[in-house]
Design a protein around this ligand. Structure first.
Ligand SMILES: Cc1cc2nc3c(=O)[nH]c(=O)nc-3n(C[C@H](O)[C@H](O)[C@H](O)COP(=O)(O)OP(=O)(O)OC[C@H]3O[C@@H](n4cnc5c(N)ncnc54)[C@H](O)[C@@H]3O)c2cc1C
Length: 222
């Protein structure tokens, strides 16, 4: 019986499911991350095979709602996973959990159609997505971003410099996990009728382009 079931008031104990989740993440960190972390650091290599294993055991994309095929775990449960993975290696853990950040703009501001198009593929294979907000002149002060995304003939033309973007660009030598799309944050009007910030997503891999058409993209005012 879980702690939460035996108390009548507010409980800070974990449920059985949460404990099992934490254990799974801890075991993964001990067996799959810690033994290889130093080697990846020394070689400065993208941990594609570790990411693929994390995907296989269900430790990636815990945030994707059930209606889109994901487990729909809470923010607290996502933190339980992230904390244990980071015990293994904070760098590798960041790559494993970065899809949560990358896909958040789609979850928060995407249309139903965009969610259906962009979220399920993340569950099918160890694909990575990213969120490009930070720029050389805009870190904490995100209102200083200079990048523009201009709608031209139904396609977005993005101009600007981004930096510190986790899991972007993809490692071309990585075979089992690859970067597929990026949410871009831009600070300029993208369309005369939408004088607000925007986020656009663009497919980045050859296989994804084959599947979706050569310049598949989505964008939406937020
Ligand atoms: C591992 C890692 C992964 C990242 N991944 C991503 C990503 O995927 N996508 C993305 O867009 N960005 C990413 N970032 C960038 C991150 O969001 C920025 O580094 C962060 O916003 C801080 O910006 P900055 O580095 O330019 O520091 P600055 O904004 O220049 O801040 C420098 C220092 O000044 C302090 N400071 C800033 N403003 C104030 C203020 N008004 N008052 C008091 N103190 C202040 C800060 O606390 C900090 O100590 C990543 C960064 C790291 C380290």
């Amino acid at each position: 019986m879980s702690v939460t079931e035996t108390t009548s008031g507010i409980s800070f104990g974990l449920s059985d499911e949460q404990r099992a989740l934490r254990e799974l993440a801890r075991e993964f960190a001990a067996k799959e991350i810690r033994p290889v972390a130093a080697d990846y650091d020394e070689r400065s290599q993208h941990p594609a095979d570790v990411i693929a294993k994390a995907h296989e055991v269900g430790l990636m994309n815990p945030h994707i709602p059930e209606e889109h095929g994901g487990p729909g775990l809470s923010a607290f449960e996502q933190i339980l996973i992230g904390e244990e993975l980071a015990w293994g290696c904070s760098g590798i853990a960041t790559s494993i959990v970065a899809n949560i950040l990358g896909s958040l703009p789609v979850l928060l501001a995407g249309s139903d159609e965009q969610k259906r198009e962009w979220l399920p593929p993340l569950l099918e294979e160890p694909l990575l997505c990213s969120f490009a907000l930070t720029e050389p002149g805009a870190g904490s002060d995100v209102s200083a971003i200079q990048t523009t995304a201009e709608l031209r003939d139904g396609d977005y033309v993005v101009n600007g410099s981004k930096m510190f973007i986790t899991t972007f660009p993809p490692d071309p030598t990585a075979s089992s996990s690859r970067s597929t799309w990026t949410s871009w944050a831009s600070g300029q009007p993208t369309h005369p009728r939408s004088p607000s910030r925007s986020c656009g997503c663009r497919l980045r891999t050859a296989s994804a382009r084959r599947a979706k058409g050569s310049r598949s993209r989505c964008g939406r005012s937020t």
